[in-house]
Ligand binder design. Sequence first.
Ligand code: NAD
Ligand code: ZN
Ligand code: ZN
Length: 347
Amino acid sequence: MKAKAYQLVEWQQAPELREVDVREPGPGEVLLKVGGAGACHSDLTLMGIPAGFLPYTLPFTLGHETAGWVEAMGPGVTGLERGEPVLLYSPWGCGRCKPCRMGSENHCERVSELRSHGSGFGRDGGMAHYLLVPSPRLLVPLGSLDPRDAAPLADAALTPYHAIKRALPLAPGSAAVVIGVGGLGQMAVQLLRALSPARVIAVDTASDKLARAKELGADDTVLSEDRAAEQIRELTRGMGAELVLDLVGSDATLKLAAGVARQRGQIMLVGLGGGVLPFHFMGVPQECQLVAPYWGTLPELMEVLALAQTGRLRMTVERFPLEQAGKAYERMREGTLKGRAVITPHG
Ligand code: NAD
Ligand code: ZN
Ligand code: ZN
């Protein structure tokens, strides 16, 4: 069968909507009819990377936040039903090393052999009518959730969940700062509310993003500007925050993170902004930990899904047809998306 896919064809060139062949699933494979594929800021970073930097073979289809319906199963696949809604775990590892067996395919030991980081990162992703999934182990049943709303759980929620879990428990009276309340940040605010009693302080350069963060449960909002550090210190009675999630990662936001973290606090650098934080004894609060978390595990994806199924995570989704994928990324670049752009190839 012929179908369309939004693919990275050349490094540092705009991706292209191309006609591709969709083959029948082979032994152990599952063909997914894509319901939704979220657009992540990391895709913009990926599009700008020069040739030779990553070991990926081009072309491949973009999209690492994918949900849909089981369309067909190859020989030997059991435990799924045709038409069943499922969420895809996109960090595809070898499936056999110890981290993979424990569900941490984001930490696969054979990643250099595989020459990819998974679906949408070197292997085909979800911005297509159909996606061939190499194993049913990578699919989680969605239950009553609509794949078009649930797709962002696979990264925008999973990544901050993985980061926040490392920092728990946060005691009553503690504070957590979320810098950058876009796709990941809006989930981070809700996850902190669901998982901890910490006071949640949202920071962004855009006031509409701050208003949305407040609706989603942030206790306080602070505009990212010169006075931000001072305001956050005031909000935390001069003590600073136990946890700072930097979902931007620029020089300015890292400086802010180090300026508002508390002694023995934690700074999680999630954003790929490429900024640098000088690490020296006086440069960070005493005994503060710095971590650069990467994506999340399959059991964590199931936990995130359980939170969404009980209504504790709301997705702010703007839907775009597959033909408008380029437009979705343009809106992300301009900063005019309300939350997550989700490509819906089947409407
Ligand atoms: P997004 O574009 O949806 O949101 C970014 C937000 O940051 C926007 O609301 C924007 O207004 C805000 N912002 C920009 N500059 C700011 C500043 N100086 N101060 C405060 N806020 C600012 O992006 P996203 O898809 O949520 O991704 C966030 C970051 O996380 C990206 O850098 C992405 O590449 C990265 N990421 C990392 C991982 C990982 O595993 N480490 C996984 C997914 C995404
Ligand atoms: Zn991402
Ligand atoms: Zn592995």
